[in-house]
Design a protein around this ligand. Structure first.
Ligand code: FE2
Length: 372
């Protein structure tokens, strides 16, 4: 029988030190291969500190000796993710970067990766629909201050614009239409993408999210008071009210000012902290999966996909109609939010040709007996 057991880890924002234990438990529970589905790095202080964060996650994975696939999600940056992943892949042939190898034929099924995210929290791997950004093919782009995307290979043009201070940043675009050429036998295909497709049920859906949204434009200002301490002030409306707030807080100088536009979205925790400062942000609960990805999965006949991203929905699993799929049951249709390691939640997926069964792993339950 063609069976493979994958251990799945994702969303490691604060606790990279949990990874060795997660790998140990997954391996003990039968994982034959490992999948790292994004959010394993971002900006953590200096560039060196940020690279160390991602390296701390990858080291125990390669030490496991298991074949491992790794891809970026919403937070990874080009100067952290790429060099660190390259460092490990050059030394450990069992580690594969999904950016380099998005497709692999496995034991009775095809494993396909769709890296990046449609909502990048400082990350630089941008998952786009084929209709977005004038149908940009996947690859690296410089972004101008007017939000134009120029392929990185157009070096002369980019240098010219950079000299005029017109380059705002660099991004790695992943066009989700790449799936059209990668999917060869949809029934036997498992897609791994940090972002889930859109569903329509908040109580069951793997894409249910708690988030904050603003319906007016405002400024987040960072000032320093007489003691040199940082103070945050939300500014909207008349300048007099802003000045009065600054005076009340003893602010001597504004050192940074960021405009937040009407319609901006915030992760829940960030939204709550800005609300505490008086920001006009409303908390919401909605299905926030990707509409284009859902359409593409439907068109291509993708019926098994693993995601992460929305931490509030971790360990939810259902079919295409949002009917819950029980743990351990082999099914041809499975959409599963497999892991949020910061909460010590990871997953095991067993594939059997066109079928798959999932198991939610609560690492806390293994602390007492299985510690390495
Ligand atoms: Fe995350």
């Amino acid at each position: 029988m063609n069976e493979t057991v994958y251990g799945i880890i994702s969303d490691v924002h604060e606790h990279p030190e949990f990874v060795p234990f997660a790998v140990h438990v997954l391996k003990q529970l039968g994982a034959q291969k490992l999948i790292v589905n994004g959010d394993i790095g971002g900006r953590y202080g200096s560039l060196r500190d940020s690279q160390d964060f991602t390296a701390q996650i990858l080291a125990p994975l390669v030490e496991s000796g298991l074949e491992t696939f790794v891809q970026p999600g919403s937070h990874e940056t080009l100067d952290v993710f790429e060099p660190v992943v390259n460092y490990f892949t050059e030394r450990h042939p069992q580690l594969h970067s999904a950016l380099e190898h998005p497709f692999s034929e496995q034991n009775g099924h095809d494993l396909i990766f769709l890296p990046g995210s449609d909502f990048t929290c400082g990350g630089q791997y941008l998952l786009c629909a084929s209709s977005d950004k004038n149908e940009l093919p996947s690859g690296k782009y410089a972004i101008t201050i007017h939000n134009e995307f120029i392929p990185l290979k157009e070096r002369k043009q980019i240098e010219l614009l950079a000299n005029l201070d017109k380059i705002a940043g660099v991004v790695y675009v992943i066009n989700m239409s790449d799936l059209e050429r990668l999917v060869k036998r949809p029934e036997q295909t498992l897609v791994v993408c940090h972002v889930p497709p859109k569903f329509g049920n908040t109580s069951v859906g793997i894409d249910m999210a708690h988030f904050g949204v603003t319906n007016e434009t405002f400024d987040i200002c960072v000032g320093v008071d007489l003691d040199g301490k940082k103070r945050y002030v939300i500014h909207k409306g008349p300048i007099e009210a802003f000045r009065a707030k600054c005076q009340k807080l003893g602010i001597q100088e504004i050192i940074n000012r960021q405009v937040v536009y009407d319609g901006s979205i915030f992760p829940q925790r960030e939204a709550e902290s800005w609300i505490a400062y008086g920001a006009p942000i409303t908390l919401k609960i909605e299905n926030r999966g990707n509409v284009d990805l859902r359409r593409l999965y439907d068109e291509l006949g993708i019926r098994k996909a693993v995601s992460g991203h929305f931490h509030e929905s971790v360990h939810r699993a259902h079919d295409a109609s949002c009917k819950q799929v029980p743990e351990g049951a082999f099914t041809q249709e499975l959409f599963w939010n497999a892991s949020y390691l910061d909460e010590m939640k990871v997953g095991l997926l067993k594939t059997r040709d066109a079928n798959a069964a999932y198991r939610n792993i609560l690492l806390r339950e293994h602390l007492r007996f299985d510690s390495p």
